[in-house]
Design a protein around this ligand. Structure first.
Ligand code: ATP
Ligand code: MG
Length: 415
């Protein structure tokens, strides 16, 4: 990608009403645009990063057998009335609207009801179970607070996976596999060291649910962390003595921290299968309720969390796995023919070699280019100037550490 063609521009200031660090940096660097409080557009660079996060999650969900689908955002109240969650007093984040004949419909806050409902046509016998299915889909929630930038949107993408098992035992086995997949995901996303498997309130069936909480000042939750074990307890269940015997943690080794819930896994049990009559015939020909679980991750919240944790005073610092481009190729010396030719050829060859390169081919002062490059946060900056042409030595700057390496063209292409 040539930066001269990229329609997004960097800016010195974020909008005055934007209070969160992640959104301030992402707006300034041209990754997102703020439509209104809690509502953000993903521009080309932001879209690339979001898609990389999504792809990592997708690979790990496929690896545990998840089948990808895509459900509708528009929701039929009938299914939600059966579970009791159509009522605003029960679910207080609904956006509801009407279709032409004055019938009310909802914008999906989550998809347990719709999916359970449609699976009545698919699940017949014990032979149809177990399985899991997931999607990356837009959720709408009328969140009370929307001051955390892309970490808490009123419209946001969620990865939601749902598991369908014959009984609790079968469910528990999958639940453990899903928890391991989540650990892999957060490690691949560069958040492994700060992310804790956290005991939280359970809701309907099990005593506890489990959250994946990333320690982060911008987080809205309080957790108690056992660093050595990589396990934590959410403050919402901290005063329950049973959580200590269940988790094997003890108060003496726990440290309080602010954190953000990047993912969670829930045992739903028969809550939705009973409400929506999702049953299967067991081996004796008797109807049984399907045993369910749900497993969420917010890719946008993950992206915001990465920015919060890894940025510095100059701008964003992307881990390689999610950077929109791996390399930021910056050509200096304005229109100097030899420098332009060298940079152009390197850009072409790197791109041919399958590398992801953002090429700053603009005729701007070096200081401006470096400031933009720092703000945008690609992992490696390649600097091409008169000296490069003279010596054949290419400057490779690591964004995270500031380490400057001198490399040859061949080494760079082979990297
Ligand atoms: P929170 O307590 O932070 O509101 P939640 O319990 O409502 O989260 P779920 O409904 O289980 O979260 O959603 C699954 C995942 O989706 C969360 O773990 C989080 O990563 C993400 N998520 C939830 N709400 C938002 C939001 N408003 N904006 C962006 N991501 C979100
Ligand atoms: Mg919520």
């Amino acid at each position: 990608m040539r930066q001269s063609q990229l329609f997004t521009k960097t800016r010195r200031e974020a909008p005055a009403d934007e209070v969160s660090k992640n959104a301030q940096l992402l707006i300034r660097a041209g990754y997102v645009h703020k439509e209104m409080a809690g509502v953000y557009d993903y521009l080309p660079l932001g879209h690339r990063t979001l898609q990389k996060i999504i792809q990592i999650i997708r690979e790990e969900m496929n690896a545990i057998g998840g089948q990808e689908l895509f459900l509708t955002a528009l929701q039929d109240p009938a299914a939600w009335q059966k579970s009791g969650r159509w009522d605003d007093a029960v679910l207080d984040v609904w956006f509801k609207t009407k279709i032409k004949n004055d019938t009310e419909i909802g914008l999906a806050t989550t998809h347990e009801e719709a999916l359970t409902n449609l699976l009545r046509d698919q699940i017949k016998s014990y032979k149809d179970l177990p399985f899991s299915t997931y999607q990356f889909q837009t959720k709408f929630r009328n969140e009370l607070r929307a001051k955390s930038g892309i970490m808490r949107g009123r419209e946001f993408i969620m990865k939601d996976l749902y598991s369908f098992s014959k009984d609790k035992q079968e469910h528990d086995a999958f639940y453990a596999i899903a928890a391991e997949a989540y650990k892999k995901i957060f490690a691949r996303l560069g958040l492994g060291n700060q992310t804790y498997f956290t005991y939280a309130s359970g809701g309907s069936f099990s005593k506890y649910s489990h959250e994946f909480q990333t320690v982060c000042d911008a987080g809205e939750d309080i957790i108690y962390v056992d660093e050595a074990k990589g396990v934590a307890i959410n403050e919402e269940v901290y005063n329950d003595p049973e959580v200590f015997s269940t988790s094997g943690l003890s108060k003496e080794t726990l440290v309080q921290a602010k954190a953000t819930e990047v993912g969670n896994i829930f045992t739903l049990g028969e809550k939705f299968s009973q409400a929506l009559e999702l049953t299967y015939m067991d081996a004796e020909g008797k109807p049984q309720y399907v045993f369910m679980g749900s497993y969420g991750i917010g890719p946008g919240r993950v992206m915001g969390t990465i920015v919060e944790l890894l940025s510095d005073e100059k701008g964003i610092v992307w881990p390689e796995a999610v950077a929109p481009f791996t390399y930021h190729l910056v050509s200096l010396a304005g229109t100097d023919e030899a420098v332009v030719a060298y940079a152009e050829a390197l850009y072409t060859d790197m791109t041919k070699a399958g590398k992801e390169v953002l090429f700053d081919d603009r005729d701007l002062r070096a200081g401006e280019k470096f400031a933009d490059s720092d703000l945008m946060g690609m992992p490696y900056r390649i600097v091409i100037g008169k000296n490069t042409v003279a010596t054949g030595e290419i400057e490779l700057v690591h964004r995270a550490t500031g380490v400057v390496e001198k490399v040859t063209r061949e080494a760079l292409l082979a990297q």
